[in-house]
Design a protein around this ligand. Structure first.
Ligand code: C5P
Length: 232
């Protein structure tokens, strides 16, 4: 290796967010005076580790160009895809001439605006010597059931079950080839699953519970509450 390793952020932001029942995609809803995606991007930028942040945006998105952050010098706009994995792959391709295979990429959902610099640095410091990489995750406090229809068929052992969050941190080359190999596979709902399919075992790093994903209308109030208390 004769170059220094760079860190890149990739933000899939081309989803519609149907479960919000809103008039616009959830990343453009107001949260304490800014859109959700502005919070997310400003937090990634203020972590001061990323060479650039590649954001995947839907082709017919009229909201993105209106945001000041879309013309920030460290923001690269890529075209979104049909599924989340397609959007991530498109964003990775948008930096292919500047990123090296052994650089690190942190993929973070646009819909997780409460991400803290603490969690970003915790993930990086835990995994930067790792070969494969890994993800922020949370253990489950609830008992988990496996069901068929509305019948319980099994109770899962909580020790072995974690909830996958983002950022998910992988080497640029490995992540890109794993996503290319998995293209069109509906089981790929995060980056780790693409690497798992290649036979790799990404690590989990315990994240903070305030790193919620905005999914339902009530999540906006919860996100605002967390943001107001994050400096306590
Ligand atoms: O819908 P869900 O909450 O799982 O989406 C997670 C993230 O993936 C969101 O930030 C969303 O905008 C993004 N996404 C995307 N392209 C898609 C679908 C979702 O960038 N086709």
């Amino acid at each position: 290796m004769n170059h220094s390793i760079n860190f890149w952020a990739v933000v899939p932001a081309a989803g519609v967010g149907k479960r919000m029942n809103a008039d616009r995609p959830k990343q453009y809803l107001d949260l304490a005076g800014k859109t959700v995606i502005e919070h997310t991007l400003l937090r990634l930028l203020s972590a001061e580790v990323f060479t650039a942040v590649a954001v995947a945006i839907s082709e017919e998105d009229p909201y993105w160009p209106e945001l000041e952050v879309s013309s920030h010098e460290k923001i690269i706009t890529a075209e979104g895809g049909k599924e989340r994995a397609d959007s991530v792959l498109s964003a990775l391709k948008s930096i292919r001439t500047v990123a090296s295979d052994d650089d690190w990429v942190l993929v973070h959902d646009a819909a997780r605006p409460c991400i803290t610099a603490i969690d970003i640095h915790h993930l990086i410091n835990t995994l930067k010597a790792d070969k494969v990489g890994g993800i922020l995750a949370l253990s489950s406090h609830d008992t988990l059931k496996s069901v068929d229809g509305d019948n319980i068929v099994d109770t899962l052992d909580r020790k072995h079950i974690w909830r996958a969050l983002t950022p998910q941190m992988f080497r640029y080359g490995l992540l890109k080839s794993a996503l290319e190999a998995a293209e069109g596979n509906p089981a790929i709902t995060d980056e780790a699953s693409a690497l798992e399919l290649e036979g790799m075992q990404p690590k989990i790093v315990e994240g903070r519970p305030d790193n919620i994903k905005i999914t339902r209308p009530e999540d906006l109030a919860l996100a605002q509450f967390y943001m107001e208390h994050q400096n306590d």
